[in-house]
Design a protein around this ligand. Sequence first.
Ligand SMILES: NC(=O)c1ccc[n+]([C@@H]2O[C@H](COP(=O)([O-])OP(=O)(O)OC[C@H]3O[C@@H](n4cnc5c(N)ncnc54)[C@H](OP(=O)(O)O)[C@@H]3O)[C@@H](O)[C@H]2O)c1
Length: 276
Amino acid sequence: MDNTFRLSNGVTIPAVGYGSFLSTEKNGIQTIKDALDAGYRYIDTAMFYRNEHEIGQAIAEYGIDRRELFICSKVWPTELGEDKTAASFEQSCKALGTDYLDMFLIHWPRADQSQGWEKPLAEGWRAMEKLYNEGRVRAIGLSNFLPHHIRPLLMTAEIRPMLDQLELHVGYMQEYALAYLREQNILPQAWSPLGRGRLIGDERITALAEKYGVTNAQILLGYLVQRGIPVIPKASSPQRMKENLDISGFELTEDEISYLSCLPETGWSGEHPDMK
Ligand SMILES: NC(=O)c1ccc[n+]([C@@H]2O[C@H](COP(=O)([O-])OP(=O)(O)OC[C@H]3O[C@@H](n4cnc5c(N)ncnc54)[C@H](OP(=O)(O)O)[C@@H]3O)[C@@H](O)[C@H]2O)c1
């Protein structure tokens, strides 16, 4: 199984990153230090998560070389616009205690259902391109963009998005969007790869976990990585963090991949870019 994936601009990203949403609620910065201890080098955050400062503090206290890390943050759609997006980037960098990001994403294509979302999006993307051209960010991309959000963006983009972070997990594989991303050479990445925990107890997953002598979480994550999709699970305990990183010891068969890909819809978060 692949440990890293390559973006269209040649930058490599770890197959398993640490998803930090709501991760510091209980134990604060110790959780991030635990993730670094467990071996995570990719940290997924966002302005919206309000934890960038804690992540920055944890990294500084942990004392790891910045270049060993892959830090990804996101701009909220209300902050799309040439100046606003640049300002959001600077704020994220400041909070994280870094002068560059490894990846910067537009968190959602639109803030609400009002008309005219394409214009701020195009302007925000221009700001992302500028940051990329200035060397402030190693890769730029999207999150929660479906093909009908990406097509208008590509009409004015000079630099193509390198990644799209989507809700992807067994039971919600968004195959139409995935096929489009593959066609466009935009790497899909899975948020809520465990269905936010909703899929952990699923007996169909348990049956495969028993066959391979691994945990249900490992089956869910291994499935995605085997399909060429990097994952960013969130876990609170060091034991779960390590478990989620350790997914290279088994390989699902083609038929099992098909079986998991064709399950009826299950575990959807209820979040959708056209229903916000
Ligand atoms: N771009 C976006 O719009 C977007 C949206 C949502 C999420 N995300 C990103 O994706 C990351 C992951 O998504 P998520 O947090 O929603 O859901 P998730 O990673 O699918 O699931 C997290 C849940 O699974 C549990 N869990 C983790 N490892 C486990 C294991 N080995 N065994 C059993 N249970 C386990 C966790 O419990 P404990 O915490 O108690 O261990 C938590 O309740 C987020 O943290 C965030 O960085 C992005």
